[in-house]
Design a protein around this ligand. Structure first.
Ligand SMILES: NC(=O)c1ccc[n+]([C@@H]2O[C@H](COP(=O)([O-])OP(=O)(O)OC[C@H]3O[C@@H](n4cnc5c(N)ncnc54)[C@H](OP(=O)(O)O)[C@@H]3O)[C@@H](O)[C@H]2O)c1
Length: 312
């Protein structure tokens, strides 16, 4: 089968299209023929892994993923496709099922391998039937941002009438978080740059703040919950601004906090929300598998709107 192999950590050119052996499902696994995957901010962090091993995060990444090159050389954590075959013990899926999902079960049970034509996964992985009204590309734009946004929003126990601020609202996590917070009945403010104001409004945000022109404390508004999807913001001015914009019982959560969990129930909920029209997959660009290097170059710039998908 064709796959994109990460030959070593480094710039996007380390990714090469190669012919590799097609995987065979074990008794408890399904073999999925992948029609679409996506390039996430996390994929780029793994591919470009630069942290020194004496850095706690570098040591952890090295131990989990491999020190000089990824132990599993095929990256990619999101897939949408069709079950091609299933092991004899598989009960919940059958040949021909149209599924979607992601390969990360927990921060230590990290699997990659979706930058390929086929991927085998245990049936109890984070996979579910894909939204029936979504194309494979649209379905591949849902799991990463959707599962992470749900995880972080559920930590805030969002409920109707709460005032919620989503910082970094135009990214993969933010664009899902805006829509999911609206679904839970919150009054949502999204923070993004000028060029993304319309997008964030179109996702349902009641108000938008342009971070290139003002900071979130300018209007004197206070929020019950702030989701800060900006990485490495722990010691930043932004974190302080967020804390100053909280109601007395307000909660601030950064995507840096803790290890996200993604139960399969959340993936099923996302499917239902796409089908009911509460969650629209946001696709910035799509590339064919053979243009993975270009896709990574684009995502590396850090300005994608929502998701970048790959047609396999
Ligand atoms: N802790 C974890 O486990 C975990 C897991 C997954 C992701 N993350 C991190 O979470 C962050 C968000 O992920 P993502 O996939 O949503 O990222 P993304 O899709 O790559 O984010 C790109 C978007 O962010 C916007 N942006 C950049 N700087 C901004 C700022 N200062 N304020 C507001 N918006 C800004 C960009 O808009 P402009 O063009 O306007 O700049 C662009 O639309 C990433 O850094 C990722 O590494 C953490």
């Amino acid at each position: 089968m064709k796959a994109i192999v990460c030959t070593k950590y480094g710039p996007p050119d380390v990714l090469q299209l190669k012919e590799v052996e097609k995987p065979v499902p074990r008794k408890n696994e399904v073999c999925i023929k992948i029609f679409a995957t996506s390039v996430t901010a996390s994929d780029c962090i793994v591919r470009g892994f630069k942290l020194p091993v004496w850095h706690p995060m570098g040591l952890m990444m090295g131990l989990v993923l491999g020190f000089r090159k990824p132990r599993n050389p095929i990256l990619g954590m999101v897939l949408a496709g069709e079950v091609e075959s299933a092991g004899i013990d598989v009960k919940s899926f059958k040949k021909g099922d149209q599924v979607y999902g992601w390969t990360i079960k927990s921060p230590i049970k990290i699997r990659f391998g979706t930058y390929a034509e086929y991927k085998c996964l245990p049936e109890n992985s984070v996979i579910a039937l894909k939204p029936s009204n979504a194309t494979y590309e649209e379905a591949a734009a849902v799991p990463y941002g959707g599962l992470l946004a749900l995880h972080f929003l559920k930590k805030g126990i969002i409920h109707s009438g709460q005032k919620v601020l989503i910082y970094w609202a135009s990214g993969s996590i933010g664009s899902s978080a805006v829509q999911l917070a609206k679904y839970y009945g919150a009054e949502v403010t999204g923070v993004c740059s000028t060029k993304n104001l319309e997008l964030v409004r179109s996702l349902g945000a009641d108000r938008v703040i342009d971070y290139t022109k003002e900071d979130i404390t300018n209007k004197g508004e206070l929020y019950d919950y702030i989701l800060d999807a900006v990485r490495k913001s722990k010691s930043s001015k932004l974190k302080l601004q967020c804390k100053n914009a909280l109601t007395p019982n307000g909660k601030y959560i950064s995507v840096d906090d803790g290890s996200p969990k993604a139960p399969v129930e959340n993936l099923i909920l996302l499917k239902e929300l796409v089908e009911s029209g509460h969650l629209k997959p946001v696709i910035d660009r799509s590339y064919p598998l053979g243009q993975m290097v270009e896709a990574h170059r684009y995502v590396d710039k850090g300005h994608k709107k929502g998701n970048v998908v790959i047609t396999v």
